[in-house]
Design a protein around this ligand. Sequence first.
Ligand code: HXC
Length: 514
Amino acid sequence: MSLKKNILALRQKKAIVEKGGGDKAIEKQVAMGKMTARDRILALLDVDSFHEYDLFVEHEERNFGMASKELAGDGVITGTGTMSGAPICIYAQDFTVMGGSLGLKHARKITKIMDHALRMKVPCIGINDSGGARIQEGIGALAGYGEIFYRNTMASGVIPQISVILGPCAGGAVYSPALTDFVFVVDNISKMFITGPSVIETVLGEKISQEDLGGARVHAEITGNAHFFAMSELECFDQIKELVSLLPSSNQQKAASIEPKKPKSKKNIENIIPADAKQPYDVREVIYALSDDSKFLEVHELWAANIVIGFGRINGETIGFVANQPIYLAGVLDCDASDKAARFIRFCDAFNIPIVTLEDMPGYLPGVDQEHAGVIRHGAKMLYAYSEATVPKITVILRKAYGGGYIAMNSRHLGADFMFAWPGAEIAVMGPEGAANIIFRKEIMEAEDEDAMRQQKVQEYIEKFANPFVAASKGYIDAVIEPSETRELLIHALEMSKNKDDYRPAKKHGIPPF
Ligand code: HXC
């Protein structure tokens, strides 16, 4: 055959495989409001940048009628491309091919592109749309999942790993995402569960819809498995592009710095916190007043809203913000908030992203529910994560810093590099009311007018301890600053921290309170 004929034959062969599960299956996929696997990759990556590998890989299963089944690309598309010019490894499971189910060859295509990402030190993005282990393949499919999970773990902390859930992901299909750094879901499209509704009905006799079992909102609001929620696939892809633009390509790099921009928020930073210490406010207003162009990409926006985490830039450099959120549960720390912040802190630390902590919280949430849910174990994760982190760590105490929360929110004692406090900061073991009731109990009980005495003692406590000056007098706070000075000081502190080098004792690894 002439070269020309060979090229023509190649094109025809490619065109057939690129059709995935065929027209009917594609129609079904589109009718569900879903893009095809190939269109997803093309929409996510820079135009004309995608290069596909292993298009002609075939499964080798011979049981259960599989010998005669041709599965295009074995149900997954893998390759490399760029996102805003930065190299990316990517795979997308194709639900039109046997429900995107994972057989051994399918898995090996994924592990091959993961290995490539790890060697090339570039982010790896997985688009998941799969019914889980291919039931006909049995052990081959389970082995494939194990090999993926192993690589997710090896790559953890080395390259950013992003999972996009764009279909009914069941069984093993949800554990790889759970091992990655960020999980994206889309309303009405994403589902994640270990066992699907049909299995639940068979085993437990209970009927439940896919949506109620593990829809996008379930994971964005209740379980915390999803970090980003979008209303459409295209909105989701924009979120991914924004996130990737803020991250380094590996732990050996720093995130790209861009032209610094002043905050565009018109809010006067001095007017954000209400005069009454009991009044809430949205701490994101403070972040907008501090970050370049007032931009902030919030992570886990809909889960554990009492703490806010996410990425922004200060003076052109990527920063991880961790901030208590007074408009939700007064910004208290609880099990979920601790898990949420601790994981984020570890991500920032692994990828050389300085952490700015904004503190205003009344401490850990008291009560039987929290104690029984394990607030000791979960809360300890924050202590561990901040103590372990060696990236620049800067804290600004905006208002309340009480009790264990004061220590946990990146205090000097856990290794903060810079500690600033606004003049209205209250740093104490507990809130003035609680403190006065305990230490002046006798005087209050014996007073003629108990309420008046309580008020007097509360006031005394506020004047003596609920201010930043006691902590400042001991050197635990480096400077009591005016709110309007905060951004300039952060820029200076970050500049001063550029060559930070911190000692940690040699060990194989620590044992965090997982
Ligand atoms: C083989 C599968 C499959 C699977 C789906 N298909 N899942 N084939 N193995 N795991 C096939 C279907 O037979 C069907 O083929 C096509 O994909 C589309 O599936 P539908 O059921 O028509 O789609 P839908 O109604 O949207 O339902 C999707 C679904 C459902 C919720 C994912 O298919 C389902 O419940 N599948 C099983 C999910 C599950 O329990 N997986 C766990 C596997 S065990 P045709 O030819 O009819 O088009 C596992 C263990 C790993 O993963 C553990 C590691 C820790």
